[in-house]
Design a protein around this ligand. Structure first.
Ligand code: 6PG
Length: 482
């Protein structure tokens, strides 16, 4: 029997995605480099279901209907290239290779070109939602060879998550690396959302001295309103989780964060584009600082903080934290979308910003009610320059400003780091500032290096130099710069 689709890589994500596809009526051929995994799967979770287990790549390829659709779920990096090398000679024109891992989008751009040159089609797809998502409905962000989309759409939109309104959380993102780029931004935002929740938790715990049970209650309440999201929901559950000895698991976990690099990639990309993605940047650095556990333990003995005890209204601070969390989150998404816009321009993708919000609305790690509001903002204005300029978000931030500032002040006075919340507020205060102190900066550059400056009384693009010291001469770095 011939399979509708093939899947290579039977780790947790692969197995679950294969089971998901089968449950939607597709016959799935499966292969894994260590073939014992294939047998284990076929005799285990796949038993009695419409699977074809293959023991070598040739057998695997032969088992799939043409044009073949082959999903690869292997470790990002060299293994993807090796697999492509192995598969290409066995494929026919028009067959479709799909990389569902967390690949770097520039690799996907390169692979799309390579596979297309060989006469086949390539798709790099973001897959989000963890194991559970893969099994019950992930958020899918495919991009690559446009001709592949009509062929994979029926499968992708059958297995993906849906919004509460029933729309599929999967759409075509754009050419070559667009899908993996959007997934990278998703992960960056995921880092930011997680760090913001962490900062909130830290203030609750260390400024207010709240117990896990109390915090569990607060997050449960927050999850019922505007902060309704998967990450708030799991935070609630984590804070309520007690092991079999009656101990709170959260308190047994070492405070040193791991990371696999997708957040870092997002920030590197932002630096290359000159986009102030400050919140996600702080989130990546906060993980780095946390990872230096030993050094922090040493420093904590020597660098005692000067803190003032919190004497304000406790209830008010909890409410302020909620406002700060929400307002900061708006900033993070505003920044993330600015990077998407800049990348779309540079890589010539016509990204559908509302469509991206819709795809993130369900199934993925950052899924939330909030993304429904972002979708609406882009429906109002598909070319919205900054989320903060949309009337809904403008009002949402403005009504929370006071609480947001109070929460940050309380944290700072108590010596609790809130890098993401405060970076968000600084961005907001910078973005809404008609004038920034960059006039001084330009003066300094011109003073020490004759870098020239533009003037407030002259048109943009005209540059001037002052002989600040009286012995600088008229040469500017501009007039001789190569
Ligand atoms: C998802 C997640 C997923 C993975 C991250 C974790 O969308 O399902 O983002 O891709 O959990 O890679 O990243 P870190 O290990 O870097 O935190």
């Amino acid at each position: 029997e011939i399979a509708d689709v093939g899947l290579i890589g039977l780790a947790v994500m692969g197995e679950n995605l294969a089971l998901n596809m089968e449950s939607r009526g597709f016959r799935v051929a499966v292969f894994n480099r260590t073939t014992a995994r294939v047998d284990e799967f076929i005799q285990g979770r796949a038993k009695g279901k419409r699977f074809v287990g293959a023991h070598d790549v040739t057998e695997f390829v032969a088992a799939i209907q043409r044009p073949r659709k082959i999903v690869m779920l292997v470790k990002a990096g060299a293994p993807v290239d090796q697999l492509i090398d192995q598969l290409l000679p066995l494929l026919d024109q028009g067959d479709i290779l799909i990389d569902g891992g967390n690949s770097l989008f520039t690799d996907t751009i390169r692979r799309t070109q390579r596979v297309e040159e060989a006469g086949m089609l390539f798709v790099g797809s973001g897959v989000s939602g963890g194991e559970d998502g893969a099994l019950h409905g992930p958020s899918l962000m495919p991009g690559g060879s446009p001709a592949a989309w009509p062929h994979i759409k029926p499968i992708f939109q059958a297995v993906c998550a849906r919004t509460p309104e029933g729309e599929p959380c999967c759409d075509w993102m754009g050419e070559n690396g667009a899908g993996h780029f959007v997934k990278m931004i998703h992960n960056g935002i995921e880092y930011g959302d997680m760090q913001l929740i962490g900062e909130t938790y830290d203030v609750m715990k260390r400024v207010l001295g709240m117990s896990n049970a109390e915090m569990h209650g607060v997050f449960a309440e927050w999850n019922r309103a505007e902060l309704d999201s998967y990450l708030i929901e799991i935070t609630r559950d984590i804070l309520g989780f007690v092991d079999k000895n009656g101990e709170a698991t959260i308190d047994q976990i070492l405070d040193a964060a791991g990371q696999k690099g997708t957040g870092k990639w997002t920030v590197i990309e932002a630096l290359d584009h000159g986009i102030p993605l400050t919140l996600i940047g702080e989130a990546v650095f906060a993980r780095a600082l946390s990872a230096a556990k030993q050094e922090r333990v040493q420093a904590s003995k020597q660098l005692e903080p000067v803190v003032s005890e919190f004497k304000g209204d406790r209830k008010q601070l909890i409410e302020d934290l909620r406002q700060a969390l929400y307002a900061s989150k708006i900033i993070s998404y505003a920044q993330g979308y600015q990077l998407l816009r800049s990348a779309a321009k540079q890589y010539q993708w016509s990204l559908n910003y509302g469509g991206i919000a819709l795809v993130w609305r369900g199934g993925c790690i950052i899924r939330s009610a909030f993304l429904g509001d972002i979708k609406k903002a882009f429906d109002r204005d598909p070319q919205l320059v900054n989320l903060l300029l949309d009337p809904f978000f403008r009002d949402a931030v403005s009504s929370r400003q006071a609480g947001w500032r109070r929460a940050i002040v309380a944290a700072i006075q108590s010596g609790i780091p809130v890098p993401c919340m405060s970076a968000a507020l600084s961005y907001f205060d910078g973005y809404r500032a008609e004038r920034l102190p960059a006039n001084l900066l330009q003066a300094q550059r011109d003073f020490f290096g004759a870098h020239t400056y533009e003037r407030v009384d002259q048109p943009r693009g005209e540059f001037f130099h002052t002989d600040w010291t009286g012995h600088g001469g008229a040469t500017t770095s501009r007039s001789y710069s190569a």
